[in-house]
Design a protein around this ligand. Sequence first.
Ligand code: NDP
Length: 331
Amino acid sequence: MQEPFRAIVISRNEDKVQKVEQTEINLADLMDGDVLVEVEATTVNYKDGLAITGKAPVIRRWPMVPGVDCAGTVVQSSSNDFSEGDAVILNGWGVGEAHTGAYAKYARLNGNWLIKRPQNISARDAMAIGTAGYTSMLCVMALQRYGLSPDDGPILVTGANGGVGSIAISILWKLGFEVIASTGRPEEEAFLKSLGASAIIDRNELSEPGRPMGKERWAGGIDAVGSHTLANVLAQTKYGGAVAACGLAGGMDLPATVMPFILRSVALLGVDSVMAPKSLREEAWHRLGDDLDTDKLHALSKTIGFDEIIDTAQSIVDGKIRGRVVVDMSE
Ligand code: NDP
């Protein structure tokens, strides 16, 4: 453990030009925390793509080891909640943004951020799920808490081929919902239907400025796209329906009117995964063990080695990744 180990490090010079390199670091380079985790698997989320490419100001401290998610084993702990050998999962909490993160052999973390990995989810499957999939579950839970059930009608999922979208489709299917998938990649229709979508719409139908209210088409939605797409999803939600909004892949603005809220009692439910309280995380991960079909999870994810993280980060920002990516740290 005292030996240098591989890591990805993002630094920047006085002119604030960012540099990303795969290098070696020591335990002393990791930030403080009461639990040291040996990382078995990690993933590349959209946010990791933004951090590594520098496309958005995700990194808040330099130098930084990026990587917002990991699954691994505790190798040292002074936390009362964790002991050596515990299998744990980390999602968010500013790790990989303001606290040294997952793209290294070891991550030193705060025990309050960790949850114990459910026994029916392997480390690699936990990272096939990752923040994207756990956010999908939070979105489904938000819709259910609001009272939506399969009898109310179909649920629209936007950004369907992405991590959040593809896992949301799989969960909704398992729960018996009819799912409509909105995508810019209609050639992936067969894949989206294999996950559980019953109909596909072209994302261009939703991405342009639309009318304040349109025909009522779905009982609810899970939106990873934002901007005009979210405005149009709201405008076409049935009376009394709800839309869980978690993403901004199409833009961070929301050029909408209040009409769906005040004339159709449509609800907009915000979903954040990064600072979500521990009890909600534990519930979401417990439910992922039950409500996500493992065969579908494997069908929507692919495994890469550590050396491929940087290139994959660019691909995810370019919208070229289908589903989820697992980084196997032993490769
Ligand atoms: P991915 O890159 O895997 O997927 C995003 C998908 O959105 C793409 O696959 C594409 O789907 C669609 N898309 C991309 N660009 C555009 C565009 N310009 N207009 C419309 N659709 C577009 O990302 P994730 O699924 O991991 O994340 C999705 C969003 O959710 C991101 O904005 C991310 O930051 C956010 N997020 C938020 C979290 C939270 O805590 N609130 C947690 C996790 C993610 P297709 O090809 O099918 O059209």
